[in-house]
Design a protein around this ligand. Structure first.
Ligand SMILES: Cc1cc2nc3c(=O)[nH]c(=O)nc-3n(C[C@H](O)[C@H](O)[C@H](O)COP(=O)(O)OP(=O)(O)OC[C@H]3O[C@@H](n4cnc5c(N)ncnc54)[C@H](O)[C@@H]3O)c2cc1C
Length: 243
């Protein structure tokens, strides 16, 4: 590991460096970024032991990026190890892998459920800085901060989306997670509120349980949108389509 002593190697589990995955077990990489599932080698008809996904970096297809190969290794070591992969023996490296660091606040400690700083309620914080991770999650919390701000300006209190929805569960996470060990989170079924007393057949079947959670989320989201529209019209917001 090439980390400096002052670096706190507190990795985000969904984005581990390859050397950390390799350390966790012989097969860890091929169940992660090197997963071969569904890729049959036309020459043999077999699934390979492991694969590397090369994603074109430009439209000329003159450079490729190794998907999921973030790492903390020294550059000469990266070149040595990656050239051991069949097909990459003579690869020319334009840019080596690097780890990126997320900066985020302890949202449950300093933000309220409206994504406002408790100490300065005119300041809204969303996205990565609020401790959610990923494109969609950052857009989702940015959207909610916008709605909350608009409602504050209109003089209406913010009605957060219910926790049964993905939007609501993200904002519930930023305001209710344990502040003693706050970590960035992606959206997942674990963040959604569990089903209340589901029939045993559904409780035991993960796919059915998740399908029920999605149905409930869509229904609850629809109700939340209706509530927002009612509040907005009560507070005099105009619909752009009607001027
Ligand atoms: C290498 C890498 C790969 C990733 N891959 C994925 C992926 O495959 N899928 C996924 O879902 N997520 C991925 N992520 C995570 C995702 O990019 C972030 O979670 C998300 O983009 C964060 O969005 P954000 O709007 O909160 O912040 P950012 O996207 O970081 O936007 C913040 C913006 O604020 C600007 N800014 C900063 N300071 C100032 C200032 N003082 N004044 C004005 N502007 C300022 C910055 O320039 C930037 O444009 C990846 C991240 C990295 C680094």
């Amino acid at each position: 590991m090439q980390a400096h002593e002052f670096e706190d190697l507190n990795y985000f589990e969904a984005c581990l460096p390859i050397e950390e995955m390799a350390r966790r077990g012989y097969d860890t990489l091929r169940f992660g970024p090197m997963k071969p599932v569904g890729l049959v080698d036309p020459r043999t008809g077999n699934e390979p032991f492991a694969v590397v996904q090369l994603r074109a970096e430009n439209l000329r297809f003159s450079s490729y990026n190794l998907v999921g190969f973030q790492n903390h290794l020294k550059f000469p070591e990266q070149a040595r190890i990656l050239r051991m992969i069949p097909g990459l023996e003579n690869a020319e490296f334009l840019c080596f892998g690097q780890m990126h660091r997320n900066t985020y606040i302890n949202a449950p400690r300093v933000l309220d459920a409206d994504l406002r700083l408790r100490a300065a309620p005119n300041v809204f914080i969303a996205g990565q800085l609020s401790g959610v991770e990923g494109y969609v999650e950052c857009i989702a919390t940015g959207f909610l901060a916008g709605v909350a701000l608009a409602q504050q300006v209109a003089g209406a209190g913010f009605t957060p989306p219910p926790r049964s929805t993905a939007l609501g569960s993200l904002i519930h996470y930023t305001s209710h997670a344990d502040p003693g060990n706050y970590q960035p989170a992606n959206i997942s079924f674990d963040l959604l509120a569990p089903l209340e007393n589901p029939p045993r057949a559904i409780a035991r079947d993960r796919r059915a349980r998740r399908a029920r959670q999605c149905e409930r989320a869509l229904a609850d989201l629809q109700l939340w949108i209706q509530t927002l529209c009612t509040i907005n019209s009560a507070f005099g917001a105009t619909d752009a389509r009607h001027g």
